[in-house]
Structures are given as structure tokens and as C-alpha cells.
Design a protein around this ligand. Structure first.
Ligand code: 3PG
Length: 306
């Protein structure tokens, strides 16, 4: 049986060495398609594989049509908005994710962005500190919890809003609970976003929330660009010269930011949240193990399609 690792943005070599070892030890053949530039290469590579591991690669119905033997696709990461789930189900393919494996890497990126911006890009001018500043963690899942732990180390005043996590589980992290998003945004100079992109969250971060943030507001987005209402973001940037936006990958309106708001934003050029050797190893090994287990025992614990 063949397991394909198809990644437009490759895993670290150390992760690939490990996945090769475990895949061969489990008796499967590993097929690699790394750094591909054209979807036609993906369509050829999937034609005879039984399982597939991907990252943010777009897995559309064309991919499922081409993958005649495919039984399982695992997104080595948390967000699976890149997989066409109805088409996956229609093709009798199981889709899974590997929640939590990238979480610390993403949380560390959020702090890298905050620190770099707070120090004004390290060009000699006095910056500011994170200590005693307020941070609002919007959604308290795996990444949000890591952000809370790091924020505690920095001596920040930490708040969250997440209707899906019970108060007791939040409070043990030393985090204060807000009852509404409006309350969270009103209280916090820094807001760090950690929700998935889905029909409910897309464009949900807009003017009605951003306008509430205190002076020196910094919005940090290591989630997905789609959750931001970009028209509203531009509106608040126009109205408030103190407002800053730090994002893992640029918004669609990047040209306007570059033209008008130099110094008030940081956008990574490639999605960097999960791009550490450690996260690559954890996520791709978890994906491989979930595949072996699925074939051996039928375990569907991390299945995300119906
Ligand atoms: C995730 O959802 O886990 C991250 O966004 C990682 O995305 P990547 O694998 O494309 O870096």
C-alpha cells in the first residue's frame, strides 16, 4: 500500500526522515511530492495511492476524482478548511486532522510577531514591553492554551472568550473569562485570534469589535486571513493611526496596506505558524500513525467528515 506525502510547502528534512522510517517499518511504501508548483503534478501523484498526508494543500473534487485508490487523507495540522469535505465523503474517503501538534509553534509565532512590532523592528528607536499589557485570546483551543502559558511568562494580563470551553478549564490557566466578544475586545490592547475558518467565523472579525480595542491596539492573526472582514480592517486603519495588524500571511488587500500604512503591520510572506522542525515532526508522525491505525483497526478518532 502507498502513502503519499504531498506538500506545496515542504516539511523539514528531519521530519521526512522520521516519516520514512515509520512508514517502511509499518510495511507501507512512502511516495513524496514536495514543493510542487502545479496542481497537475498532484493529480498525477495521487492516481495510485491508498493514503495521503497534506498540509494547506487544496484538496478539491478534482484531486478526489484522480485518486482512484484513496481511502484516507490526513491534514497534518489543525485547520482542514483546505479539504473539500462533501466531495471527500462522496468519494468514500475519510478525512482527519492532527489537532494540537502545531499548537506551540503557532503560539510562539504570535509572540515573535508581537515582540518584533513592540520593539519597532529593532532599528534603534525605543519600543514597548509586553509585561503588564492586556491580551485577549479569542478562542481557547490548543493554540490559545499555549498562548496563555507564554503570556503568563511575559507577565501579561490575560483574558479569553470561548463559549465552547467551560470556565473551570480556562481558569486553571490563570486566564480571566469574558462573557462576550465585545467585552474581550474592549478590555485588551492585544487580541490574538485562534479560531478555525468556517461558515460561522469567516469575516467575523470586523469593525464592531475592532473599534472597541483600547489605544495602541494590536490585532494578531495566526489563524486564517478569511476570518477578518478586510473592508472593516481598512476602515479602522483609516480612522485610528494607533491600530496595528500582525498576520501570518497577508490579507488580500496587501497593496493598500503597503501604500498607506507602512510600519503598522507585519505580514509573513509564506504561512509560517507551523513551520518549525518540531511541529513538522509531531504533525507528520501523528498523521502517519493515524493512517496505520485506521488501516489496522478502523480507528476514526480524528475523522472530520461525516
Ligand atoms: C494548521 O492549521 O495546523 C496550520 O495552519 C498549519 O498550516 P501549514 O501546515 O500549511 O503550515
Amino acid at each position: 500500500m502507498k502513502v503519499l506525502v504531498a506538500t506545496e510547502k515542504a516539511f523539514a528534512p528531519v521530519a521526512i526522515n522520521q516519516i520514512r522510517t515509520v512508514t517502511e517499518a509499518a510495511g507501507y511504501e512512502l511516495v513524496l511530492l514536495e514543493n510542487y508548483k502545479d496542481v497537475s503534478d498532484l493529480l498525477v501523484a495521487v492516481s495510485d495511492v491508498d493514503a495521503m498526508i497534506v498540509r494547506s494543500d487544496l484538496i478539491t473534487s478534482a484531486v478526489f476524482d484522480a485518486a482512484k485508490n484513496l481511502k484516507i487523507v490526513v491534514r497534518a495540522g489543525a485547520g482542514y478548511d483546505n479539504i473539500d469535505l462533501p466531495s471527500c465523503t462522496a468519494h468514500n474517503v475519510v478525512a482527519m486532522n492532527t489537532p494540537g501538534q502545531n499548537a506551540n509553534a503557532v503560539a510562539e509565532l504570535a509572540f515573535s510577531l508581537m515582540l518584533y512590532q513592540a520593539r519597532g523592528g529593532f532599528v534603534g528607536k525605543s519600543g514597548t514591553e509586553l509585561r503588564r499589557k492586556s491580551i485577549g485570546i479569542h478562542a481557547f483551543g490548543n493554540v490559545g492554551k499555549h498562548v496563555a502559558e507564554i503570556a503568563k511568562g511575559f507577565g501579561m494580563d490575560i483574558y479569553t472568550f470561548d463559549p465552547f470551553v467551560i470556565e473551570k478549564d480556562i481558569k486553571k490557566y490563570g486566564v480571566k473569562v469574558c462573557n462576550t466578544t465585545e467585552e474581550l475586545y474592549s478590555k485588551c490592547q492585544y487580541i490574538s485570534l485562534h479560531m478555525p475558518a468556517n461558515d460561522k467565523t469567516k469575516k467575523s472579525i470586523g469593525y464592531h469589535l475592532l473599534k472597541r480595542m483600547p489605544k495602541g491596539a494590536v490585532l494578531v492573526n495566526t489563524a486564517r486571513k478569511e476570518i477578518i472582514d478586510e473592508d472593516d480592517l481598512l476602515k479602522i486603519f483609516e480612522e485610528r493611526s494607533d491600530f496595528q495588524y500582525l498576520s501570518d500571511v497577508a490579507p488580500d488587500c496587501i497593496a493598500l496596506f503597503e501604500e498607506r500604512y507602512k510600519g503598522r503591520f507585519i505580514f509573513t510572506s509564506k504561512k509560517m505558524g507551523a513551520q518549525t522542525e518540531e511541529a513538522n515532526m509531531y504533525a507528520c508522525l501523528a498523521a502517519a500513525r493515524q493512517i496505520f491505525d485506521y488501516f489496522k483497526t478502523g480507528n476514526e478518532k480524528y475523522k472530520v467528515n461525516k
